[in-house]
Design a protein around this ligand. Structure first.
Ligand SMILES: [Zn+2]
Length: 315
């Protein structure tokens, strides 16, 4: 079947499944979201929700695409793209689940499969703020902190483990959900900022942005929590920059909406830590929380290209 005008793209996160119908140029023509079933209901329920989403998206895309369609699916956690495995996900409860082949078998469609952050990196690199760069790092900051890494024009996977900068000990000593201490993520994720502010002030907040607003209004607890986050992030990114030497670090995810309250202190931390090392530009990522789903669409196009003999490609 020839590649067509649209693909169905899904980004399966710990709380939400984001779905979109996407065209060849990365334009989203329709979207849908549904909650990810809680992990205690088992992997079968998550797969059922994925298949239901694929069904709705392909139904939405099929009339315009002439019937044939590809699926792109990215998931959170440790992912082995080559073998099509969700190796491990604390949020979804997966252990070595062959997601790609399960979805291919159930749908009869070619499936491009990957990791949410690496796929998001692909989207930012091909379509977004990283276009034209050979060396870049994309860091979405939301419930966690991790990095997608492009070195000399290649997206690095490391067997599924590359870029886990959220779980490096930067010395602050606080415990992390991973069982370690001092992790970047334990103070610098958007979730950690909200949680630590609530603990320090006794006032719950809806998200990290609210902590930023309170800091701007002069709240000392907010200022301390924010400063801790920026210090941990700055150190983690300085190490990353020293190892990878990216031309740019793209900051995305929910926390990037804090704008200069994020970019200024992190930029100053890089200046302070890097010295003779090339100091990367800090840029806002282009796609907010849609990088993963756009990356899934790019993987779907690749899968369609593999499934179709070159002579039948319309292009
Ligand atoms: Zn950790």
């Amino acid at each position: 079947m020839a590649p067509t005008g649209y693909v169905a793209a899904l980004d399966v996160g710990g709380t939400t499944i984001k779905g979109a119908v996407v065209d060849r140029d990365g334009r989203v023509v329709s979207r849908l979201r549904r909650p990810t079933p809680p992990r205690d209901r088992g992997t079968g329920e998550v797969l059922a929700a994925i298949l239901a989403t694929v069904g709705e998206l392909t139904a939405a895309a099929a009339p315009a695409s002439g019937g044939g369609i590809g699926v792109g699916l990215v998931v959170t956690g440790i992912v082995d793209e080559r073998r099509g495995l969700a190796v491990r996900s604390e949020n979804v409860g997966w252990r070595d689940v062959p997601v790609r082949s399960l979805v291919e078998r159930a749908t009869g469609l070619p499936v491009g499969f990957g990791h949410d952050v690496r796929a998001g990196t692909l989207a930012e690199w091909r379509l977004g703020a990283g276009r034209g760069l050979e060396d870049l790092v994309f860091v979405p900051i939301g419930t966690g902190v991790s990095a997608g890494i492009v070195i000399q024009g290649r997206l690095v996977s490391g067997g599924g483990f590359a870029g886990e900068i959220g779980h490096v000990d930067v010395g602050h000593g606080e415990p992390c959900a991973c069982g370690g201490h001092g992790c970047v993520e334990a103070v610098a994720s958007a979730a950690a900022i909200s949680r630590r502010y609530a603990a320090a002030s006794g006032r719950p907040v809806s998200d990290a942005r609210e902590v930023a607003d309170r800091m701007a209004a002069g709240d000392p607890a907010a200022r301390q929590v924010w400063a801790d986050a920026m210090a941990a992030l700055g150190l983690g990114l300085a190490w990353t920059a020293a190892v990878v030497a990216p031309e740019a670090i793209l900051l995305g995810g929910g926390l990037a909406r804090a704008g200069r309250l994020l970019f200024e202190p992190v930029g100053q931390a890089l200046d302070r830590h890097l010295g003779v090392v090339r100091r990367p530009r800090l840029l806002p990522a282009a796609f907010e929380d849609e990088a993963g789903v756009l990356g899934a669409a790019l993987l779907a196009w690749e899968a369609l290209g593999r499934a179709a003999p070159p002579s039948s490609r319309k292009s």
